[in-house]
Design a protein around this ligand. Sequence first.
Ligand code: NAI
Length: 402
Amino acid sequence: MSDTVVLFENIHPLADKAFEAAGLSIERHAAALPVDDLHRRLSSAVLAGIRSRTRMDRAAFDAAPNLAALGCFCIGTNQVDLKTAEERGIPVFNGPFGNTRSVAELTLASVIMLMRGIPMRSAAARRGEWMKSATNSHEVRAKKLGIVGYGNIGSQLSVLASALGMHVYFYDVEPKLAHGNARSCASLEELLAIADVVTLHVPSTEQTRGMMDKAAIARMKEGAILINQARGDLVDIDALADALESGHLLGAAVDVFPKEPASKEEKFVSPLQRFENVILTPHVGGSTLEAQASIGEDVSGKLARYLALGSTKGAVNVPEIEPGEIKPGRARLLSFHANAPGFLTRLNETISSTAANIASQQLQTGNGLGYVASDLEGPLPEDFIDRVNALEGSIRARVIRP
Ligand code: NAI
């Protein structure tokens, strides 16, 4: 009987390609399941795929004794007890770049709409008002776009905005290669003083939380626009509301909020709801069918490579190794173990006690955990994997024989 991958929450069908190629049986569920049901479905799973609504806590891992790896077909991994997964030698993979383009496109669309004053005119038209005027309506060409955080999204946006003829400035705490004619600013203050539109693309950290507070917003140019499609706690929403009220800012686009409804049933409330020059969206910056397809392909590929080769490249909770294809005639021993002196000696002694030879070995350690791939030539005894699992410090071992 073939191993089973259990997929929850309607994961994109493109994921099936990698699983089928790996010879796995695929069990699909359209939604997140109630806990009992989830646990029952996990009991036979060798691989599992979830999105943000399935909680993989300690009890869920307890219910999944055969689980070799977990795929989060999304960006975040907060729904997973990563520590438990790590302690059990279960790599957790996600798809951090799948929706980069989707966010960059929404940001660019927001820049154009806000520079033209469209949200306001659209709201007026719905009320039967004909706001036909060029007041506060601008082309984006030759305007200054200030990008805070020049990572995956920020740099992608930089390329798209430059193609529209915008002058791009960016600020990042890390040295970054500027794309095209984009220019780096030495400080956030410098960027805020230059930009006609400021857009945030940084993670939520101790340094970035509240970075756009009252003082920072006051530093923005008169009539500028602020966009936050990154994380809800980067901007002081009341300070933003004040700046919109006073007319200091001409508009804003906000996709992420300090407090977001937990479900469709919960009402969304924000002090920004009263402004017609603000585009409000329900945290959909990265939500497109294309992003889901791309994440489906990315994460399923990582899971399949882990199963077939032991590659942990892209795992968020275990040391990363990429041991590559297994040469003909070799078997690969993969071992998760406690990162303490002596394990590798014990492991190699165990291998030496058989007729097998170590052809190559790759080890990586981190966070108290070690992961080693040993490619072995020669016959292995029946009880070989039991002997490795019985070693002091061993967490989980398996052998791949192609
Ligand atoms: P990334 O990690 O590739 O880039 C973040 C950049 O911010 C890095 O270059 C980093 O050096 C820089 N940075 C960190 N701290 C900084 C600071 N204090 N000042 C200036 N720069 C700083 O991340 P990526 O993929 O570009 O994502 C950016 C943001 O977008 C994240 O907050 C992410 O959570 C959010 N996001 C939002 C989505 C949505 O649905 N609205 C979807 C996807 C991502």
